[in-house]
Every structure is written in C-alpha cells, then in structure tokens.
Design a protein around this ligand. Structure first.
Ligand SMILES: [Zn+2]
Length: 175
C-alpha cells in the first residue's frame, strides 16, 4: 500500500479525457485501487479519481466520511466506481462548497444536480445502477468530471469565485 502524489491542476493529464477500464481483474488495477484508497485517506478527501495520481483511466473512489476538511459528510464505506455513467439528472441543481485534492487551498460554491441516476462497475466487475442524492451525488459528479478533464474551477463563472481555504474556514466557523 502506497500513498501516491496527487497532481495539481495544470498537469496535462487532469485536462484529458480518461480511457475506459477494459479489464478490471488485473494486478495493475487492483494495486491502483489499494493505492487510491490509501491516498484519499491520507489526504482526508471524500473522493479521488485515477487521473489525479497520473493514471488516465475511468475509475474513482468515493469515501465519504466526516473529517476536518468535510465535517458534515455522511459516513459511507469506500466505494470503487469504474466506467461510470450518469443516465438521468434531476431538473434541480444546488450550490454547495467544494474543494479538491488537485486544487489545494481553494474552495468554491459549485452548482450540481441534486439527484442523479448512475451506472458503474465495482472492483468485482459487478454492475450497479442506483440513484444518488445530495452530498453523494455531488461527489460522483465532481469525480466524474475528473475523468472528463474538468476540475471544479472550470465549473465556475469566473476563477475568482474560488476563495482561499483559510477564508472559507473562517466563514464557516462564524456562520
Ligand atoms: Zn477533485
């Protein structure tokens, strides 16, 4: 188990469309999953996508749990999401604060669909089809964006809508 270096926005791989995973049951993919789980835990993230560690593959981990970066996150066992698709979206969207391990030190209010129907494979190649809402829908949309070369900064009207994490922390403590 290794913690990997998380690439920062500006790295070309974070702006590229990632390739589908053809074969899940390989040593390379198994190792990648173990290392991604270790890395996201060490970085106190709630999700991490393969391109963030330099692998241009359609695979990410969702691991929502309350921590100091996301005090209100729901608790969820880490899930491995492979070749994901959003097959339906709610009309409604909502704004909430996001950060990203590849955009260190920044937070912004990002608009996301409140509910999505998704399809993906897990690490055993089992097919899943489910509806995600709220924070989990938000993580899924954020991580899927990474597979399409998009960070949350590209979702903003203006890059200056992102604020420093320190400023965000103060605002949240005071509200
Ligand atoms: Zn991210």
């Amino acid at each position: 188990m290794n913690t990997l270096i998380v690439l920062q926005r500006g790295a070309p791989i974070l702006a590229a469309i990632a390739k589908p995973v053809d074969k899940i049951n390989t040593d390379e993919i198994k190792q990648l999953i173990v290392d991604l789980k270790a890395t996201v835990a060490a970085e106190k993230g709630v999700g991490i996508a393969a391109p963030q560690v330099g692998k241009s593959l359609r695979l990410f981990i969702m691991c929502s749990a309350p921590n100091e970066r996301y005090p209100d996150a729901p608790l969820l066992a880490p899930s491995v999401i492979i070749n994901p698709e959003i097959i339906a979206r709610s009309h409604q969207q909502e704004l909430a604060w996001e950060g990203c391990l590849s955009v260190k030190g920044k937070r912004a209010l990002v608009s996301r669909y409140t509910s999505i129907d998704v399809k993906y494979l897990d690490e055993n190649a089992t097919k899943h089809h489910k509806t995600l809402t709220g924070f989990l829908a938000r993580i899924f949309q954020h991580e899927l964006d990474h597979l399409d070369g998009i960070t949350f900064i590209e979702r903003l009207n203006d890059e200056s809508d992102a604020i420093d994490e320190q400023q965000w922390r103060q605002q949240n403590l005071n509200s």
